[in-house]
Ligand binder design. Structure first.
Ligand SMILES: Cc1ncc(COP(=O)(O)O)c(C=O)c1O
Length: 389
């Protein structure tokens, strides 16, 4: 009865880890959750208050398919204040999370049998959105030498007749790697030279711990940029995100958005408006600073335990570590064995790299620093015991 595509869509391995972690917790075990890519902080109060106020005004209906005008304007203002870019609010498409934007973008750009190029390792859902529109992801394996990102040379080498464009992420999941302006320029030039489209997932921008992040829009005014209120803005469960699209794409996007979603959640849209107020930004920046401190604790601790982290990630809240040296010692067979064993016996929940990379994921593990510093120190001690055995 099921359509063929369902069999081709893999389950998220992280969900299996999370389910087992929750089952152990229900048995009374103390579990440290470092598996799911979600801030452990609740949404900040000004955003919650704006959502409640909107409900009390009885704003409970559908909105315009592309989003309420005030929110599209507020997002355009954000590009001006944070990136110095003039973006017309008409080019902002409000979506049900970045997930909604990724689905719209796939439906808009990809015909049956066509592909978008992206790195292996990547955010696992990207390839599934493409499968749903009968297209495919075209993976380019990269390692720490390429800082887990594409570059102009790789794009040239791997471009095929059915390649529509390139999907990059900065900062990236699972690696936390950020693209510099120079890298973005190199990528944009390679894509343009082949008449392709550049799509940038910038959902983790705002969560960077070094120099400020550059948007693909700074180097390519025609790029599709996907972003979200989930991560820096801390609104995962509200399901609200956005895309900046070139003018030529807007009528098509509007048609697709009308049919697929009718509109994005109305309460979330009104709540998200409060995210840009200066007092909200100050609170969100404090949280980013907390993530920065956690990153330092976890990075130093993992290196001390001999995890192989060739290049320090500068964004998101992930560390992607190579565990080949532990596998070579014979204690664990692969990353899934490692993650399930560490969960069962030491109560630390981690994500195996197999979610992100079919080729190399068997010897990588993703750590999410979505725990307070004390929890991270506890996790490091437990890992130390596991490795010392
Ligand atoms: C790289 C990346 N893109 C998109 C998403 C989807 O985010 P959302 O739909 O919550 O905005 C995620 C979620 O973890 C992600 O890591």
């Amino acid at each position: 009865m099921l359509a063929d595509r369902v069999d081709k869509i893999a389950t998220f391995r992280v969900m299996a880890v999370m389910d087992r972690a929750k089952a152990l917790q229900a048995e009374g075990r103390h579990i440290l959750h470092m598996e799911v890519g979600e801030p452990d902080f609740a949404t900040i109060q000004p955003i919650i208050d704006a959502g409640i106020a909107s409900l009390q005004r009885q704003q409970t209906g559908y909105t315009q398919a592309l989003g309420i005008p005030e929110l599209r304007q507020a997002i355009a203002n954000y590009y001006k204040s944070d990136y110095g870019l003039e973006i017309s609010p008409a080019r902002i498409v409000v979506t049900p999370g970045a997930s909604g934007a990724l689905l719209l973008m796939s439906a808009l750009l990809v015909n049956q049998g066509q592909t978008l190029m992206m790195v292996d390792p990547s955010y696992p859902c990207n390839q599934q959105f493409l499968r749903i529109v009968e297209g495919a992801a075209q993976f380019v394996p990269v390692g720490s030498e390429q800082r887990y990102q594409l570059n102009g040379e790789l794009i040239g080498k791997h471009w095929q007749a059915n390649t529509v464009g390139v999907l990059v992420a900065s900062p990236a999941n699972p690696t936390g790697e950020v693209l510099s302006k120079l890298q973005l320029q190199d990528i944009a030039a390679a894509v343009k030279a082949r008449n392709g489209v550049l799509i940038a997932d910038e959902i983790y921008q705002g969560l960077v711990y070094g120099e400020r992040c550059h948007s693909a829009l700074e180097v390519d005014a025609e790029a599709f940029v996907i972003n979200s209120f989930s991560k820096y803005f801390g609104m995962t469960g509200w399901r609200i995100g956005w895309m900046v699209a070139p003018d030529w794409a807007l009528p098509g996007l509007e048609k697709l958005a009308q049919n697929l979603f009718i509109s994005s959640p109305v309460t979330a849209q009104h709540a998200a408006l409060a995210a840009f107020a200066p007092e909200s930004r100050a609170l969100l920046d404090q949280r980013r600073d907390a993530f920065a401190a956690r990153r330092n604790v976890l990075l130093a601790g993992l290196k001390e335990l001999d995890f192989d982290i060739a290049h320090e990630p500068m964004g998101a809240y992930y560390i992607y570590a190579d565990i080949q040296r532990f596998i070579d010692r014979g204690r664990w067979r692969n990353s899934e064995d490692f993650c399930f064993d560490i969960l069962e016996r030491f109560g630390v929940a981690l994500t195996p790299g197999t979610d992100f990379s079919p080729t190399e994921g068997g010897h990588f593990v993703r750590f999410a620093y979505t725990l307070p510093e004390a929890g991270l120190r506890d996790a490091l001690q437990r890992l130390a015991s596991a490795i010392a055995e």
